[in-house]
Design a binder for this molecule. Structure first.
Ligand SMILES: Nc1ncnc2c1ncn2[C@@H]1O[C@H](COP(=O)(O)OP(=O)(O)O)[C@@H](O)[C@H]1O
Ligand SMILES: [Mg+2]
Length: 314
């Protein structure tokens, strides 16, 4: 369905991705692993067309999408769940979900909401609460649910389990399995390698913007040294049985000392820096400003099809 070949992405002069190729089929789950700063979010943004590559090509169903903008990609079923979910905290859960359905016909929205709630029955009782009042796990469910509202064919999820408790993380993984079993392709960025490799059929490991592994999840589980060099998996996959002094244990210890490369020890990633607004949200905020409304008001008006929202497109 989606194919990327030799992508290169730079921010100004800083190269964030180099020579990265991948392919995702319908119903397939691809895990993208790598340390902080490895280029995982950049890769998802590029696939969602929020960032333009400097070299390389992308195809969707065999058609080149190199010059597509993010909204066109979204219309064609590429949905991004950004790092930190970026919900509208002051809007209700229902409204947040409906934002994701802005491209469906009005008559379809109710039915689609029902579909999404079958995946996330936990949200059924929360529909009228402000999204900001939900737990982190519930907010992530809304984030994924919002992306699903637009009937995506490809779901790109950034840092799925970041900041979530293990129990709710496992629950969200269970739902993700159902989502991909329903035929939706999934690209999953995750810091917890064991979870991601259990969910994914194939995996890609990025290190400093380059792909250091691409293959089956099974193969990567057998080669944990690849994750050590990417500063990953030291808790879960580092060979705990290896005695100190053995090369594997030394490498794991060195990876642990290096941590995430920014002073924090991986995987204690309690916070993240978002350098780029999700294009969807930014567009909404700009449209609201142009209409002289605050973003929440503007979205509510758009959801009701108000005249005040001129192009009616969220
Ligand atoms: N908007 C941006 N402007 C400049 N540099 C950026 C921007 N976003 C990411 N980078 C840089 O690109 C590299 C990859 O970042 P990112 O894709 O966020 O990695 P990851 O998601 O794996 O942590 C890092 O060196 C980061 O500092
Ligand atoms: Mg990231």
């Amino acid at each position: 369905m989606l194919r990327a070949e030799r992508l290169e992405v730079a921010y100004g002069g800083v190269v964030a991705l180099q020579d990265v190729s991948l392919e995702v089929a319908e119903g397939e789950c691809l895990a993208v692993l790598g340390a902080n700063g490895a280029g995982k979010s950049t890769l998802l943004r590029t696939l969602a067309r929020g960032v333009r590559q400097r070299a390389g090509h992308l195809w969707l169903d065999g058609a080149r999408i190199d010059r597509w903008a993010a909204d066109r990609a979204a219309r064609h079923g590429i949905a991004l769940v950004p790092e930190g979910r970026r919900l509208f905290a002051g809007l209700t859960v229902r409204e947040n979900l409906e934002v994701g359905a802005a491209r469906l016909r009005r008559a379809e929205v109710g039915g689609r909401l029902g579909d999404v709630l079958r995946w996330f029955p936990e949200l059924d009782q929360r529909l009228d609460l402000a999204a900001g009042r939900l737990s982190g796990g519930e907010q992530q469910m809304v984030g994924v649910g919002r992306a699903l509202m637009g009937r995506p064919r490809l779901l790109l999820v950034d840092e799925l389990s970041l900041g979530l408790a293990p129990l709710v993380t496992r629950r969200i993984y269970e739902i993700l399995g159902q989502i991909s079993a329903s035929g939706i392709g999934v690209v999953l960025v995750e810091q917890y390698t064991d979870l991601a490799l259990a969910a994914a059929g194939r995996a890609l490991v990025l290190e400093k913007g380059r792909c250091v592994f691409g293959g089956t999840a099974e193969e990567l589980r057998r080669r944990p040294e690849l994750l050590e060099t990417a500063y990953l998996g030291r808790e879960l996959l580092a060979p705990v049985s290896a005695a100190p002094g053995e090369p594997a244990a030394e490498r794991a210890a060195a990876a642990g000392r290096r941590g995430a490369g920014d002073g924090r020890r991986w995987p204690a990633v309690a916070e993240m820096r978002l350098r780029l607004e999700a294009p969807e949200k930014r567009r909404i905020e700009e449209a609201a400003r142009a209409a002289g409304m605050d973003a929440n008001e503007w979205i509510r008006a758009a959801l009701r099809g108000s005249e005040a929202v001129k192009d009616g497109e969220v």
